[in-house]
Design a protein around this ligand. Structure first.
Ligand SMILES: Cc1ncc(COP(=O)(O)O)c(C=O)c1O
Length: 366
């Protein structure tokens, strides 16, 4: 038998895939940067600074289900989500984070050579998961205000285009999409994936439209408003003509037992979580105003739990690094499409105070 080099077994297109740059948890950041994890001010992942409902830890401590595989049909999970969003459980599909649902949608639709439309700057997983499937990404950059260029989106569609991905509010810009755009896109007959990961901060949704349109999928997550990013649970609302294929191809036990317990505890404590969402929104506005006063940043109004700032002086990477030296972690962007920017997640008031003090100092050195 001719012996093969291990590299030859890897798909040629996988060789070329650029890895997604993920964020890391405090313990890993602490180790990498020689800091105690509890000293880190983590404003890089749009996570919830107040964490989950205290009922989550109590429920996990009591849970007796850990030795058993979770329900592959997610019946209890979907029943609970039905109660939260007021949409029948048969339209609900759960995932290990909405990341997994993005991946499954693409795996069910994209053959090598098929394409998606992406509107950068936006969430990187749409591009990444498409490339993993051997699909192509057609970029339609957002305009100066980071809004969708609808005309251009309609122009670039061809017979290999399958999906249009839209996030509203958009990550990293925090921009809400005018909802009138969606009906125009639905008319194309392509699959429209509307990602509402930050819905609870914006209050604007089209989730009920997914019941009227077979080609609309709306995604939500428990990672942001409910503080469950570490337990990985998201969901999609879509019609059964699509979901039946996702049910077939999903890993059977994709939403784990702890995640289900956590969702149950979360949804029994919605007023507590809403109070935290309101605190985050108020803090977002306070941080936005303070950022406006800095002479080297131009913050964009945000409907999510982060603020995107273009730099008018200096470089995003340099500001990210200078903040990191002070134990403050943010995300930076430096591509032609994102321009030169940083994104700061909204933390507690003391986190805003720390990041503002640090930015004032850094601004003097730029
Ligand atoms: C727009 C958007 N969609 C989806 C996700 C991923 O969410 P999840 O934690 O549910 O996978 C994120 C996380 O940053 C996001 O910003």
């Amino acid at each position: 038998m001719p012996s093969k080099k291990i590299e030859d077994l890897i798909r040629p297109d996988v060789w070329d895939i650029k890895e997604y740059i993920p964020i890391e948890p405090p313990e890993v950041l602490g180790k990498a940067h020689g800091m105690a994890p509890e000293r880190i001010i983590k404003l890089d992942g749009n996570e919830n600074p107040y964490g989950p409902s205290p009922r989550v830890a109590e429920a996990l401590a009591r849970c007796q289900s850990f030795p058993f595989y979770p329900d592959p049909g997610q019946q209890e999970l979907r029943r609970l989500i039905q109660g939260y969003i007021g949409i029948d459980a048969r339209y609900i599909f759960g995932g290990s984070g909405s990341d997994e649902i993005i991946d499954l949608i693409l795996r069910a639709t994209i053959s090598p050579g098929d394409k998606i439309i992406d509107c950068p700057p936006t969430f990187g997983m749409y591009r990444f998961s498409t490339e993993v499937c051997g699909g192509g990404v057609v970029d339609v950059p957002r305009d100066d205000r980071y809004q969708i260029d609808l005309e251009r989106v309609l122009e670039v569609i061809d017979d290999r285009t399958k999906i249009i991905f839209l996030a509203s509010p958009n990550n990293p810009t925090g921009t809400l999409m005018p909802l009138e755009i969606v009906p125009e896109l639905l008319k194309t007959g392509l699959l429209v994936v509307l990602d509402e990961a930050y819905y609870e901060f914006s209050g604007k949704t089209m989730i009920h439209e997914a019941l009227q349109h077979e080609n609309l999928i709306v995604l939500r997550t428990f990672s942001k408003w409910a503080g469950l990013a570490g337990l990985r649970v998201g969901y999609g609302v879509m019609q059964e003509s699509i979901s039946r294929h996702l049910w077939k191809i999903k890993p059977p036990y994709n939403v784990n037992v702890a995640a289900l317990e956590a969702v149950q505890a979360t949804l029994s404590d919605i007023p507590y979580l809403r109070t935290n969402v309101e605190k985050i929104k108020a803090e977002r506005e306070r941080m936005y105003s303070a950022l406006e006063d800095l002479d080297f940043l131009k913050p964009f109004p945000s409907e999510a739990n982060f603020v995107f700032c273009l730099l008018t002086r200096g470089r995003g990477l340099a500001v990210r690094d200078a903040l990191r030296e002070k134990g403050i972690f943010v995300r930076y962007f430096e591509t032609p499409l994102t321009r030169n920017a940083i994104r700061i997640s909204v933390g507690r008031p003391e986190d805003t105070d720390a990041v503002m003090r640090a930015l004032q100092d850094i601004g003097k050195e730029l």
